[in-house]
Design a protein around this ligand. Structure first.
Ligand code: PLP
Length: 403
């Protein structure tokens, strides 16, 4: 038995495991310290009442023979696919059909799994810094990777690659930098993909945090994107579903590639990625739970919308306070306007990990070292606005008092 050698190319540890180890060691050394985490990207506010109500109702249905549900459709119940189309797309003037929406247990698995549909020799572009899933999933598959540096000099907007790439992963609003692309800037990538016959994987996990008018909520707001882009959505950050698990992926029927027709003939035929993804999911995935999907449906009701909107406003109030306070303390701060993340330059020439250690030991605040998201993240840390108001304010005043 031989193992997949590509796993050797992965970095040794998962970033958040390294952080957890350091925090655990510090807590053992200083048991009385009240450590506040502005590190890992998990939410803190409870589920919206409309979601809880839907979960109770769905649970009661499970208790009766007449309304019990077992296996559901692999790619999602129609009630949810229809709600998604209506509220997330048609309401924005985007023509996406319900059978182009594939409900899943979240965007991490979909962004990690979708590359299975691609040939092993596709060249893949990812930004640096990057959400590690895109990178690691393609390293596991042995693909060649091109890094697109995102630095303050270019406002964290990646430049087009100098060599041809087949696939580009984009995440906006961005994790980890908290920055966005305007429609104009995103159009550059759609035009590139169309002219190079490339595919864009667009991760819109933080779409609900967008405040600015010119920031696209979906890549399909850009003309031509339905021919070259797959878009990932998640209810994790939108509605606090990190523990419930539900998301969806849009694969428009127009997104096609070519493949050799058969082993006997070298002629090419067009193949729709939506058909391949449907086949893949039907084979390897048995659907997100009925409860999760009813919970997701509830966020599209008027009550659900206003409740999740209030929670997002709560987090964005943290982001605003963090931006203001950290800027006043003399830090250079990026992001945090259309995203729950702030990307903060470390003071002096401190490395990401040195500043992480200082934050932990002096202010008892956990941040995420930027270098964990790629070499261009060196000299930065990521702070999240997902804390409670109370903890966020406490953390800010502690950082201030220790400077
Ligand atoms: C949190 C996050 C997701 C969501 O993952 P789920 O599996 O849906 O919880 C997706 N993409 C990015 C960039 C994220 O930060």
């Amino acid at each position: 038995m031989k193992v997949n050698e590509n796993y050797k190319r992965l970095s040794e540890n998962y970033l958040f495991a390294d952080i957890a180890k350091k925090v655990k060691a510090f807590k053992a050394q200083e048991p009385a310290a009240d450590v506040i985490s502005l590190g890992i990207g998990d939410v803190t506010q409870p589920l919206a009442p409309a979601v809880i109500e839907a979960l109770h109702k769905a649970t009661d249905e499970m208790a009766l023979g007449a309304t019990f549900r077992g296996y559901g459709p692999e790619c999602g119940y129609d009630f949810l696919r229809e709600a998604i189309v209506q509220h997330d797309f048609r309401a924005r003037g985007i023509d996406i059909k319900a059978d182009e929406v594939f409900v899943s247990d979240g965007a991490k698995s979909d962004t990690g799994n979708f590359q299975e549909l691609l040939a092993a020799d596709c060249v893949v572009a990812v930004t640096d810094p990057v959400y590690p899933v895109y990178l690691d999933a393609n390293i596991m598959a042995g693909r060649k990777i091109v890094k697109l540096p995102c630095t303050p000099d270019s406002d964290f907007v990646p430049a087009l690659p100098s060599e041809h790439v087949d696939v580009i992963y984009l995440c906006y609003p961005n994790n980890p930098t908290g920055t966005t692309l305007t429609k104009e800037q995103l159009k550059v990538w759609v035009d590139y993909a169309l002219s190079e016959n490339a595919l864009i994987f667009y991760d819109a996990a933080y779409e609900a945090y967008i405040q600015g008018k010119d920031v696209p909520h979906s890549i399909y707001e850009i003309p031509g994107a339905t021919q070259c882009a797959v878009e990932f959505h998640s209810y994790s950050k939108t509605a606090g579903f990190t523990g419930i698990r539900c998301g969806y992926t849009v694969v428009p029927k127009e997104v096609k590639s070519e493949r050799v027709k058969s082993e006997q003939s070298s002629s090419l035929e067009a193949v729709a990625l939506s058909a391949m993804w449907n086949r893949r999911q039907s084979t390897k995935f048995n659907g997100s739970s009925y409860l999760s999907q009813r919970a997701a449906e509830a966020i599209y009701t008027p009550e659900g919308k206003s409740q999740i909107g209030a929670t997002i406003a709560y987090y964005m109030e943290n982001a605003r306070k963090m931006r203001e306070a950290l800027t006043d303390m003399g830090f250079t701060v990026y992001g945090g306007k259309d995203a729950p993340y702030l990307w903060v330059s470390t003071p002096g020439n401190m490395t990401s990990w040195a500043f992480f250690d200082w934050m932990l030991h002096s202010a008892n605040v956990v941040c995420t070292p930027g270098v964990g998201f790629g070499s261009q993240g060196e000299g930065f840390v990521r702070l999240t606005a997902f804390g409670t108001h109370e903890n966020t304010e406490k953390a800010l005043s502690r950082i201030n008092s220790k400077l």
